[in-house]
Design a protein. Structure first.
Length: 581
């Protein structure tokens, strides 16, 4: 029968898994004996000698092992610490240890992280987190060798200086540390400590404790893998939802334009184009101000496509188009079951815009209670979905637009001052169409070409009298009204020369003053033909400027047209400066 030689002085008291298994079966001619305790027996055996336990105690241990195996078979990631602590506590009580600890291997400079530790009253547990720097101790464990220390410091080798210092500080007398393998590599250790008195570590006890430790390690590893798989599946789902939403947003974007910078003959509008070209390359928040229909969304598209995010879709939200009860979920997303009808989780527009641009149209219509949440996103990019408590971090460039006077809304308490200052980083005032009349023929032709392709109606040119009427009109609905009028004309037109029925449109819509042009009693803005109205408008501008056509403050500047254009219209309308005397 082979017998292990006792360790010589200074020899490290460690054992490989094979050595421990071999010694556990080398007693009484190879017949195994269960030795789970080391306390003195009633027969007078001294500490250091192995003690036989009763069949009942062995059965109790087997039942405990079976129960732990069952509990760890379906362990979830969020219950890891609780279940490992529960298992260590049961082992400590059953076998009379003073402290039990479980630590995991890390890839950092600190080789092990303590996951949990339990101890008896009067004994401090190991702090969770990075384990102390015990170079000899942990090098043995990482090499897969069991560390058996029955009598500390006598069993410690000379190299274990840090371990000796630790023993002096805390009074540790015995320690057993078992490396635990999963998939052939050491992933964790389980350690048992005695502080009141020294105790032996019989081979059979080591084997059984190793078995318990492997049950714990397998359960922890399985739960970690399942958590990683669940996280990966959640990320795939999130990316799928984001892709679907981005495709939807791209389809919407294709209807509003390609993001190119519009052309213009208007000095005022060209100044606006210069401003947005300058700000586009930055990540600054842009606030587009102007009347309804002036093309703020087209400018937002241009800013986005000129920016570093131009390859990604711009996410658009019309804050006035959704009821207050749904706008929060639209902006910030919702969790499944957040409210009645929320049958699935849905990412919000800010989440979809992460790494890109979000366009908040009609931002002045946001309810006050949502303005606080929007302010937080603008400040630090953080928010929570409706019905959720997980904070989501995004990096989004914000472009906002409104036709309201936000400063006036702040004064009336309808808009938060702090949000206004956050949005008003780079304000851009978009002029109404009546102040950029040079662009009306360009815009009209652009709409004719676009609609002609979709309708299959080739148009060679627009009737000159129609162009004159379009230029003279005040356009309270701005560019949007112009497009709608061109579309109506395209539908009604039968030839290759487009006739724009502006008089019909004026009879069914509001005039610039807000009165109905078809009502003869509505006031002077509705009296007379378009030619008469244009003549009256030019005469009024000339009289107000002392008949000065050119230069700053001249009639041409007041009317928003070039001096040469004004002079040609004066000639066409037979407007002459009255002679004095």
């Amino acid at each position: 029968m082979h017998r292990q030689a006792p360790p010589s002085a200074g020899q490290r008291p460690v054992a490989s898994d094979h050595d421990t298994s071999q010694r556990a079966h080398q007693q009484d001619g190879g017949s195994p004996r269960a030795q789970l305790g080391s306390e003195p027996s009633p027969s007078g055996e001294t500490p250091g000698e192995t003690t036989d336990i009763s069949l009942a105690e062995r059965l109790d241990f087997e039942r405990m092992l079976g129960d732990l195996s069952a509990r760890f078979s379906d362990l979830t990631a969020r219950h890891i610490v609780d279940e490992v602590s529960h298992a260590l506590g049961r082992l400590m009580e059953f076998l009379g240890f003073d402290r039990c600890s479980y630590a995991e291997v890390t890839d950092t400079e600190r080789p092990f992280d303590v996951l949990c530790s339990v101890s008896r009253t009067g004994v401090d547990p190991m702090p969770t987190g990075p384990a102390p720097s015990f170079s000899w101790y942990f090098s043995e464990l990482r090499a897969g060798r069991i560390v058996v220390l029955s009598d500390i410091p006598a069993d410690l080798p000379p190299a274990a200086r840090a371990e000796r210092d630790y023993r002096r500080r805390v009074g540790l007398k015995s320690n057993l540390a078992i490396p635990l393998r999963v998939g052939g590599r050491v992933v964790a250790i389980i350690a048992f400590s005695a502080f009141q008195q020294t105790r032996p570590w019989p081979p059979d006890l080591i084997l059984r404790l190793k078995l318990v430790g492997e049950v714990l390690a397998q359960g922890v590893a399985r739960s970690r893998r399942e958590a990683e798989l669940a996280s990966a599946l959640a990320e795939i789902t999130r990316l799928k939802e984001r892709l679907e939403a981005e495709n939807h947003c791209l389809r919407q974007s294709s209807r509003t334009g390609c993001g190119r910078l519009p052309s213009s003959r208007s000095p005022g509008f060209n100044r606006v184009l210069a401003e947005i070209t300058q700000v586009a390359s930055t990540n600054a928040t842009v606030l587009l101000l102007g009347e309804t229909g002036t093309g703020k969304e087209v400018l937002a598209d241009a800013i986005h496509h000129l920016s570093e995010h131009g390859s990604r879709p711009m996410i658009k939200v019309n804050c006035a188009a959704l009821p207050a009860s749904l706008i929060e979920a639209e902006l910030f997303g919702r969790e499944k079951g957040a409210y009645t009808g929320a049958l699935a989780r849905q990412p919000g527009r800010f989440e979809l815009a992460d790494g890109s641009t979000i366009f908040l149209d009609e931002v002045g219509e946001l309810p006050l209670e949502l303005q606080t949440k929007l302010l937080r996103v603008l400040q630090d990019g953080r928010f929570e979905r409706v019905g959720g408590n997980r904070t989501i971090q995004v990096k989004v460039r914000v472009i906002a637009a409104t036709n309201l006077d936000l400063a006036h809304a702040v004064a009336e308490g309808r808009f938060r001052a702090d949000l206004y200052y956050r949005l008003n980083v780079f304000p851009v005032v978009v002029p109404p169409l009546r102040e950029r009349r040079e662009d009306i023929p360009l815009l009209a032709w652009e709409f004719v070409r676009e609609l002609g392709e979709s309708m299959g109606k080739p148009i060679e040119h627009i009737a000159p009298d129609s162009i004159d009427a379009l230029v003279a009109y005040a356009w309270p609905g701005n560019v949007r009204e112009l497009r709608n009028l061109i579309e109506r004309a395209m539908i009604l037109n039968r030839g290759r020369v487009l006739q724009v029925p502006l008089s019909t449109a004026l009879s069914t819509g509001p005039s610039p003053s807000g009165r109905s042009p078809s009502n003869p009693d509505a006031g002077p803005a509705s009296v007379g033909t378009l030619r008469e109205r244009e003549r009256e408008q030019i005469l009024q501008a000339l009289q107000q400027t002392g008949w000065r056509v050119r230069g700053p403050g001249g009639a041409a500047e007041r009317l928003g047209i070039k001096p040469t254009t004004l002079e040609s219209r004066m000639q066409r309308l037979e407007i002459r400066r009255p002679t004095s005397g």
